[in-house]
Design a protein around this ligand. Structure first.
Ligand code: 5AD
Ligand code: SF4
Length: 441
């Protein structure tokens, strides 16, 4: 049998980055990466567990593969769902011969070797070890692009009542600072201009083992080191937690010119009672204080968030408070999620109290509000010249390029191939809620 692997990724940016590392180490072990399922002998699904729907989708997909022309292929389920459902997956996805949690993905090539030798085997690995330094930094040199993700830590020590992630990814473990810096330098030498640092709670980096230096947290120290790397023009990170968003990080927006004026800061709810029930260790006032301090430093900073509607006990009045929060902060983008009970989380014992129709209605109301403020934010840019970092050809339209402003707003404009990887000044001429359109000036 040939050794061609197709990797399909569900879920967050962390999964995307891990699929990228996996592809690189598979190539290093003599496998080929296929661009589509049909051309592959092995299909790996890198899965997510954050909501029930994400799990149902991946299980459905693995069962679909076992029918028809793909029957002969090896199917593997890796990532968070493999960890979360390891005991029932052999029954639910009987064709999956490889089940590997997100902390053991570096073992996948060796496991595939074994499965290819022995067609009767199934391998399950849900160990929770230290971060493998080789895997964390693994990359295919040919796949280096203008903007890249860099994972700086693994796991999460918070105990948000709704969240399965601490169960699937385990406790926080951090990569050494010098390893991360070396990786970013390596990327910069190969043309990367923008890095997005990834972690479940990225600003918690180093929290329980690295010292503060001159009043600066290990995370801010890391940002300062990356600021000094030649070739890197933009630094972003995903996702911070309000708890660790202290003045040293807020000051960084003034002190570090490469740090982009954009923050994705999950609020989850605008009601203090719901935040308490969710075990989120802050209230609305604290969140507003962070927003105020950020806007004082950078008035046009882009602020986006995550919200869960329909958490058990969320009353109409609680929901109103979340809506009021949108009117006050005017997030320019938000992901709204309908609460999904995750077995084994603290909130699971509260059941699913809010009827589906109510969640749906609240979701709809917030989506309209998000759209209103996204449009407003984009409209304010029309008529301005923005520095755009060009990433690729746009999907639609001939000879049109796609890039991003420092606020990470997508811009489409007419241009030539040599713009890719460069920053160009674009006069913004029009917009939709999600995209800006303009021309080179
Ligand atoms: N139900 C709905 N949304 C959830 N999230 C996390 N857990 C759940 C859940 N059980 C959302 C949070 C988080 C985002 C990644 O997913 O808003 O910030
Ligand atoms: Fe989940 Fe909370 Fe950790 Fe985010 S911080 S991953 S929401 S437990």
């Amino acid at each position: 049998m040939d050794k061609r692997v197709y990797i399909r990724t569900y879920g967050c940016q962390m999964n995307e980055r891990e699929s990228e590392s996996l592809a690189a180490i598979l190539v290093g072990s003599g496998y080929e990466i296929a661009n589509d399922e049909g051309a592959a002998d092995i299909i790996l699904l890198n899965t997510c567990s954050v909501r029930e729907q994400a799990e149902a989708k991946a299980i459905g997909k693995s069962n679909l593969i076992s029918r028809g022309k793909n029957r002969e292929k090896i199917v593997g389920i890796i990532g968070c769902m493999a960890q979360n459902l390891a005991d029932i997956l052999p029954k639910k996805s009987p064709n999956a011969r490889l089940i590997v949690g997100p902390n053991r993905i570096e073992k996948v090539p060796a496991y595939l070797d074994q499965l290819l030798r022995d067609s009767n085997r199934r391998i399950i690995d849900t160990e929770m070890g230290a971060i493998d330094p080789h895997f964390a930094a693994a990359r295919d040199e040919k796949k280096v692009k203008t903007s890249m993700f860099v994972s700086i830590m693994q796991g999460c020590n918070m105990g948000c009542a709704y969240c399965i992630v601490p169960k699937t990814r385990g406790p926080e473990r951090y990569r050494p600072m010098e390893e991360i810096v070396r990786e970013v330098r390596w990327l910069a030498e190969r043309g990367t201009k923008e890095v997005t640092l990834l972690g479940q709670i990225v600003n918690n980096y180093g929290a329980n083992c690295m010292p503060y230096v001159n009043g600066k947290s290990p995370f801010v120290q890391l940002l300062e080191k990356i600021q000094q790397i030649d070739g890197i023009r933009r630094i972003r990170f995903l996702s911070p937690h309000p708890k660790g968003f202290k003045s040293d990080l807020i000051d960084a927006y003034q002190n570090l010119p490469k740090l982009c004026p954009q923050v994705h800061l999950p609020l989850q709810s605008g009601s203090d009672a719901v935040l308490r029930a969710m075990k989120r260790p802050y209230g609305g006032e604290q969140f507003l204080a962070i927003v105020g301090a950020l806007r004082e430093k950078v008035p046009t900073i882009a602020l986006s968030t995550d919200i869960i509607v329909g958490f058990p006990g969320e009353t109409e009045a609680d929901f109103e408070k979340t809506c009021d929060f949108f009117d006050e902060v005017k997030f320019d983008m938000a992901f709204i999620f309908k609460y999904s009970v995750r077995p084994r989380t603290a909130a699971a014992r509260l059941g699913d109290q809010i009827p589906r129709e109510v969640k749906e209605a609240r979701n709809q109301i917030l989506l309209e509000r998000v759209e209103r403020y996204s449009r407003r934010y984009n409209e304010l840019m029309v008529g301005e010249a923005k520095e755009v970092l060009v990433e690729s050809w746009a999907k639609r339209g001939p000879r049109r390029l796609e890039g991003f402003t420092p606020e990470r707003k997508k811009v489409i404009f007419a241009g030539t191939e040599d713009c890719i990887g460069q920053t160009v000044d674009i006069l913004i001429e029009s917009c939709t809620t999600s995209t800006l359109f303009g021309r080179i000036v």
